[in-house]
Design a protein around this ligand. Structure first.
Ligand SMILES: C[S@@+](CC[C@H](N)C(=O)[O-])C[C@H]1O[C@@H](n2cnc3c(N)ncnc32)[C@H](O)[C@@H]1O
Length: 222
């Protein structure tokens, strides 16, 4: 599996996977996308009503969502337990090549996230614990009592098996009442599937310069 580094429109890097012709982030701005969809609409929203959060990320990839969440957790002093599953962990050579693209203030955090052992609980800072799970979302036991799900899989056209109703039902069951799932994908078919499962869905404006709409799905309070 060959990946190439590309700079996105806001200057932040992403990876391009040649074999499936797909980027890890929006080419219109990786940092803008992650900040808006996952940290602001997901983590910050949940932090308004919870003292501590458990997050589950689908697709650890370059660790950008984890990095921004670790930063927010420390800044806001909200203890966060962060599970991230990844079927294809990036080789060290690739993560080392991404380091020079990081803003200086993020470099040590970026290294800590990538140096963390897989399948172990690692304290990254006093407010952020990381559990990187090397495994397949399709077959794993999803951690329970989730407050936030970052659904950051490759696009439905590229990896349809990741957007399967049975899988979203498993996620729904693993989420606490009131928990939220955010994703960049605002397709009508995905939104209707989430509604069918029982989620309340909102189409929200996308990141500056990026997609017009994104999706937030909430599990109703019992
Ligand atoms: C859109 S990228 C995620 C980008 C990532 N969140 C980041 O900030 O760099 C999708 C990720 O899902 C991973 N992936 C693909 N199939 C998977 C599976 N079955 N289980 C877990 N992860 C998978 C890919 O390797 C890739 O890292």
């Amino acid at each position: 599996m060959k990946v190439e580094i590309e700079r996105t429109a806001d200057g932040s890097p992403t990876l391009y996977r040649q074999d499936i012709d797909e980027h890890y982030h929006s080419v219109k701005g990786a940092l803008a996308e992650s900040t808006h969809i996952y940290v602001d609409l997901g983590w910050h929203k949940a932090a308004q009503s919870q003292d501590a959060l458990t997050v589950f990320e689908v697709g650890f990839g370059t660790g950008l969502n984890a990095l921004l969440t670790a930063h927010a957790s420390l800044e806001q002093r909200v203890p966060t337990k962060y599970y991230a599953v990844e079927l294809y962990p990036l080789p060290k050579q690739t993560t080392d090549s991404l380091l020079p693209y990081q803003p200086e203030e993020h470099c040590s955090l970026f290294q800590a996230l990538h140096n963390a052992e897989w399948n172990e609980e690692v304290e990254i800072n006093p407010f952020f614990t990381l559990i990187k799970i090397q495994g397949d979302l399709l077959t794993m036991d999803i951690p329970a009592h989730l407050d936030v799900v970052y659904f950051d899989a490759f696009a439905p056209e590229k990896q349809p098996e990741m957007w399967d109703e049975t899988l979203f039902r498993k996620l729904y069951d693993a989420m606490k009442p009131g928990a939220i799932l955010t994703t960049y994908c605002a397709k009508g078919s995905i939104r209707r599937m989430l509604q069918q499962i029982g989620f309340l869905t909102e189409r929200l404006p996308g990141p500056p310069g990026g997609k017009r709409e994104v999706l937030r799905a909430t599990k109703p309070n019992a």
